[in-house]
Each structure stands twice: as structure tokens, then as C-alpha cells.
Design a protein around this ligand. Structure first.
Ligand code: SIN
Ligand code: FE2
Length: 216
């Protein structure tokens, strides 16, 4: 398919371009939800959600865990990827097949072929939780995109520029939406505004986000 045809079908599906290499795939994860939900419980049983501390000593309002060969972690010493969950002392749980399949298909739909993530950060937001503007730059490979899946309550996602002070655009991310950014947009600042309590029929008063990366 040529690029015009791809764009046309994307627009029909409600996909929204946020940059040359960034787009929101509306509802892309919906067909996967019934398989994703039990997998979250499996991950959580091995590596529970926890509130990590940033290098500046701030306790994050977002609770997180990971699956895959590598997991993102932070403490007073800095941000990094680890093979071992610092809390359990064991490997992070393996990435369920359905996660990897969804991430690969979403990346392809956004124009990034052969995405093979080795890390999936799972974020849990309760009402009031937020994520301040940051760049995803602890990964070794900036060639691969970031694929971010939203489930549950709506979030207002902020997408900025390459400098922290650049203006941000705000986009609502709904249950089932997948946001992909890579290429020239790979290092754009982004964050999430404090979550409003708008309970979701399936997940209640929470939002779960998966961010897939090629980290190692
Ligand atoms: C992140 O940047 O790690 C998460 C983004 C989100 O929760 O949508
Ligand atoms: Fe991020």
C-alpha cells in the first residue's frame, strides 16, 4: 500500500497524527482487551505495582511494574533498566505473547515495521495521579518507537517538543487507544495531567498504561 492509501485507511479508523512519526491509533487495542486483562493479573502476581522514588527523592503518584527481559526502575541513584525486579529480587515476569503481538501490530500500523520490544512498563494511575513532562531516553536504541497502550479511565496526555519548555498539545487517551511515537518524534517530551475520576465500566476508577520499548 502506498502512503496515501495508508493515511486514508488510518483516517477512516479515526487515527490521529500528532507529528511526522507520531500517531494515536484510536481503539486499536480493543480487540485485545479480553486477553490483556488476565495477563495484567499474572504480571502483578509476580511483580506487584509499587510507587518508586525518583533521583530527587520524589515518590511517584503513578504505581508501576514491568514485564519483559528488562524493566524500567528508579530510585535515589537514578533511572535505569534492570533484568531483576529490585523488590522481589527475581527476574521481571516474561512479556505475555498477547502484549508483544499488540505492540508489534500497533507499531506496524503507525509505520514502524518489525518492532520487537524487550521491555514493557506497566503504569497504574488512580484519580489524582500524574506524570510530569519527561523524555524516554534510558533506552539504548532510539531507532525503535515507543508504543503506549491505554486502558480504563481517560487521561489527558501532553505531547510537547524536544525542549521541556516547548508548547504541548493535549490529547485525550481513551480505553483501547494506542499512541506510537518514534523517528523524529522519538525524544519529544510527554506526560499525563492529574487523572480525573471518571470511572470506567470495565476497570473502575483506574487507568492502566503499557509502554513498550526496545531498551537493551
Ligand atoms: C509514560 O510516559 O511512561 C506513560 C505515558 C502514559 O501513561 O500514557
Ligand atoms: Fe514516557
Amino acid at each position: 500500500m502506498n502512503i496515501e492509501t495508508l493515511e486514508f485507511f488510518g483516517a477512516m479508523a479515526g487515527h490521529q497524527r500528532l507529528g511526522p512519526d507520531a500517531m494515536v491509533l484510536r481503539g486499536f487495542a480493543l480487540p485485545f482487551v479480553s486477553e490483556l486483562m488476565p495477563s495484567i493479573a499474572d504480571v502483578e502476581a509476580v511483580s506487584p505495582f509499587r510507587h518508586m522514588v525518583t533521583p530527587s527523592g520524589f515518590t511517584m503518584s503513578v504505581a508501576l511494574t514491568n514485564c519483559g527481559a528488562l524493566g524500567w526502575a528508579t530510585d535515589r541513584r537514578g533511572y535505569r533498566y534492570t533484568a531483576i525486579d529490585p523488590e522481589s529480587g527475581k527476574r521481571w515476569p516474561a512479556m505475555p505473547d498477547v502484549f508483544a503481538r499488540l505492540a508489534n501490530e500497533a507499531a506496524t500500523a503507525a509505520g514502524f515495521n518489525d518492532f520487537d520490544p524487550d521491555a514493557c512498563l506497566v503504569n497504574r494511575y488512580l484519580p489524582g495521579a500524574r506524570l510530569s513532562l519527561h523524555q524516554d531516553k534510558n533506552e539504548r536504541d532510539y531507532e525503535a518507537p515507543i508504543v503506549s497502550v491505554s486502558l480504563g479511565m481517560r487521561a489527558t496526555f501532553m505531547f510537547g517538543g524536544l525542549k521541556r519548555t516547548d508548547p504541548t498539545i493535549k490529547v485525550s487517551l481513551y480505553h483501547g487507544d494506542v499512541m506510537v511515537w518514534g523517528g523524529v518524534d522519538r525524544l519529544r517530551f510527554h506526560g499525563v495531567m492529574p487523572l480525573k475520576e471518571e470511572p470506567h465500566p470495565l476497570l473502575g476508577s483506574q487507568r492502566i498504561n503499557f509502554t513498550f520499548r526496545k531498551a537493551g
